[in-house]
Design a binder for this molecule. Sequence first.
Ligand SMILES: Cc1cc2nc3c(=O)[nH]c(=O)nc-3n(C[C@H](O)[C@H](O)[C@H](O)COP(=O)(O)OP(=O)(O)OC[C@H]3O[C@@H](n4cnc5c(N)ncnc54)[C@H](O)[C@@H]3O)c2cc1C
Length: 477
Amino acid sequence: MKLARGTKFIEEEHPQLLRDESSLSGGNCQVAVWPEKAHEVTEFLKECFEDSVNITVSGARTGITGGAVPMGGAILSTELLKGITSTADQNIIRVLAGESLESITNYCNKEKPGLFYPPDPTETTASIGGTIATDASGAASYKFGSTRNWIDRLRIILPSGTDLTVKRGEHRFRKGKLNHPVLGTINLPQLDKSQPIKNAAGLYITPGMDLIDLFIGSEGKLGLVLEADLLLARKPYAVASFAVFCSEDQFWDLRKDLMNSNLPLREMEVIADPSLTFLTENTGKTFPEEGDWVLFTSIDIASEDELDVILETLEMLLEELNISPDNTWGGFDDMEVKRLKEFRHLLPETVNRIISGHALKNNKIHKISTDTAVHPEKLQKYYFKMKSILESTKIEHVVFGHSGQGHLHANLIPKNDFELEKAELAVELIAKEAVKLGGTVSAEHGTGKLKIPLLKLMYSAKELSDMELLVERICVS
Ligand SMILES: Cc1cc2nc3c(=O)[nH]c(=O)nc-3n(C[C@H](O)[C@H](O)[C@H](O)COP(=O)(O)OP(=O)(O)OC[C@H]3O[C@@H](n4cnc5c(N)ncnc54)[C@H](O)[C@@H]3O)c2cc1C
């Protein structure tokens, strides 16, 4: 097994291991390992457990909450844990933790034509282990739900080194309790109110839940995801994607009309003002002039006949709101879908690039972003609160996200310590507003290291300590 030892050596030779996409600084560790085989993982975890060495699991480090950034101890990279195989069930593939979403797509295109793995959290270099650990979502989760909906079986190495396989449907909690042959008796923490529909803050807890769902989204706290069986879905005849450039009022009306329509929507996304101006200023790209908001949608099409009906319905909805077809980009051929995907990717990528530049001058600077969500019906009300908080900071910012799921990302771009402090305060205020409306402080990125302080806005001290106890309880199994 590849191994590196020594804080300074790792800092100089493997600096990439000490950061992720959050630009969180201060990462350090004394030991780094890159196992290739299951037994290497179990032996290393067991050794660290016996010596009380803290371990951080590192996937592709595309996370934006600092979860994979080690703060001392050891780091285990899943980079070399590779392998994708078919199973007896033609709709299920078995994948090792270090495989990227991109390689899973390539595998499906080659070996499973007509099928695909639906979770698409934008960043295709993310590892499957990381996406399971964060229960990643993304645009298509409007239709397909988060990663957990597509996981049938997990092989997990618990922090003690115990090798555990959990298959969906085999172990369910009854009245908050489960007796398991390896884990013993587990009691779920009792929550004062049920968790929001889209939520990645804290352990996943819901009545009658499957044991596998406790591990999905637990951000590596309950062990390392070594291998997963992924469910595949049938590809539709085609997917049509559209970007509609419009005013703010037109956006809210069109969003409502589309969500109430019978169209088989896969995505319902938004880029809000002033994000287009930000993109033009920082990338030189230009956009139709008549709108400072963009509604993105993509629609699954079952047949050629259905395509005509869908296009007619869409045209009618646009006409009713006086949106010119000239202000719409879209199509259904692969090139057009790719162009729109790249456009959407450009915004978070540009923000990350600029933040990294600021961080070079001041290493305290990191991405300040919200990952809050509310019930989709409350989104417009919530957005107004968010907007007034953001504008009051006078800090450069963009807003985009998964409008169909009531989920917006505000990214603030602080340039100095003063703006950093103000941006952090704004994030807390925005999170408080989300919680007031029954929402979550983190809907898809998890809490990692950066969002831990927000958990207390959403859960009581008792709920948080019960979650901690449950983590400790499973870690020693
Ligand atoms: C441009 C961009 C856009 C993004 N858009 C989205 C989006 O739309 N939706 C979304 O959900 N996310 C999004 N992300 C965030 C990120 O891609 C996801 O959080 C992804 O799931 C992280 O995967 P990773 O392999 O990079 O994990 P890492 O960043 O390496 O790790 C993330 C967390 O998972 C843990 N972990 C990693 N691997 C394992 C494992 N095998 N077992 C146990 N724990 C593990 C780590 O310890 C850490 O806590 C985006 C990121 C970028 C850069």
